[in-house]
Design a protein around this ligand. Structure first.
Ligand code: GUN
Length: 304
């Protein structure tokens, strides 16, 4: 009976059942984008113009080696020709710039990705700017960043572009929503804010000097956490029903029940009880970066 203490009425059970967020399945969304890429790649290949991506890895950073391997594998699965160029950490900046120039001139290559971070003696900005704007499938160049800031078509940075696809996958219109982006990196936070703005959200960008993060997050219909620190966002900071996108890739520390396991910037358990939609880590934003890289490569190949 309604109101009777200790008894769950069916209405109460329904409300309880609603108290977990819908999971945004990044693996499934990425799979569908990769399937579309494969179709587009097959159509181009049939016309004698197989799309090609060059991936350049300098040095022996183990995380970079894993990322690069995953990119090459994804190319193979989608029918995109991949060219992997691996160099010792001692490669000079001039030699790397010469390799980029050669790839710019190679008609079989439609996208060039130089894996970051680069060894300290190489100026990453110089290398990014050396990539032809027509092949900047990472979307990191000043030209691509400027196009995004100006609302023009151009290559969009893969991780925030993937986040946009995840938000769109909920079916909730972005227009008029208040979005809070936590983090202001050139590769995620800033482009994410611009993409949300372009989609007619009202956007707040929070960062390490923000004085009351919780007060901002509480206003948000859409929260994108991209700071690289676990538990930055907790359930009590969220507006009920919010869309929560977790870009973080951290590990639980020693002493935690899940020590060593991957976690994001959001405390999943508490956020899951308040949010309307939430991305898990792993299986949320992570798979989208490569899917959008392939999609950008196809955009490039279809243009040229
Ligand atoms: N290092 C980590 N993520 C990325 C990425 O998306 N692109 C490049 N070029 N380097 C990275």
């Amino acid at each position: 009976m309604p109101g009777q203490p200790g008894i769950f009425t069916s209405k109460t059970r329904f409300e309880l059942a609603k108290m977990t967020a819908q999971r945004i399945d990044g693996t499934a969304v990425a799979k569908s984008i990769r399937a579309q890429v494969a179709q587009r790649a097959a159509a181009l290949t049939a016309k004698g113009n197989q799309p090609g991506l060059a991936v350049v890895l300098v040095g022996d950073d183990s995380a970079s080696a894993v990322y690069v391997r995953n990119k090459i594998k994804a190319c193979e699965e989608a029918g995109v020709c991949s060219v992997l160029e691996k160099y010792e950490a001692s490669l000079s900046e001039a030699d790397l710039l010469a390799r980029v120039a050669a790839l710019n001139a190679d008609a079989r290559i439609h996208g060039i990705l130089v894996q970051m971070p680069l060894p300290k003696h190489i100026d990453a900005h110089k290398v990014i700017e050396a990539i032809s704007p027509k092949k900047d499938v990472d979307g990191f160049s000043l030209m691509s960043a400027g196009e995004l800031a100006s609302g023009l078509d151009g290559f969009k940075a893969c991780t925030p572009w993937g986040c946009m696809k995840l938000i769109e996958s909920t079916g909730v219109p972005i227009k008029g929503k208040h979005a809070v982006v936590i983090g202001r990196s050139n590769t995620v936070g800033k482009p994410m804010a611009l993409m949300l703005l372009q989609a007619n959200a009202t956007v707040t960008v929070c960062h390490s000097a923000t004085t009351d993060l919780a007060a901002h997050v509480r206003q948000a219909d859409i929260v994108v956490a991209a700071v690289g620190r676990r538990n930055t966002v907790t359930g009590e900071m969220l507006k009920p029903g919010a869309i929560v996108i977790d870009v973080g890739m951290n590990r639980h520390p020693e002493g935690h029940p899940n020590a060593g396991k991957l976690c994001g910037d959001v405390d999943f358990e508490s956020a899951n009880a308040v949010a309307g939609y939430i991305t898990p880590v792993p299986g949320g934003v992570g798979p989208m970066t490569i899917a959008m890289l392939l999609s950008n490569t196809l955009d490039s190949a279809e243009c040229g």
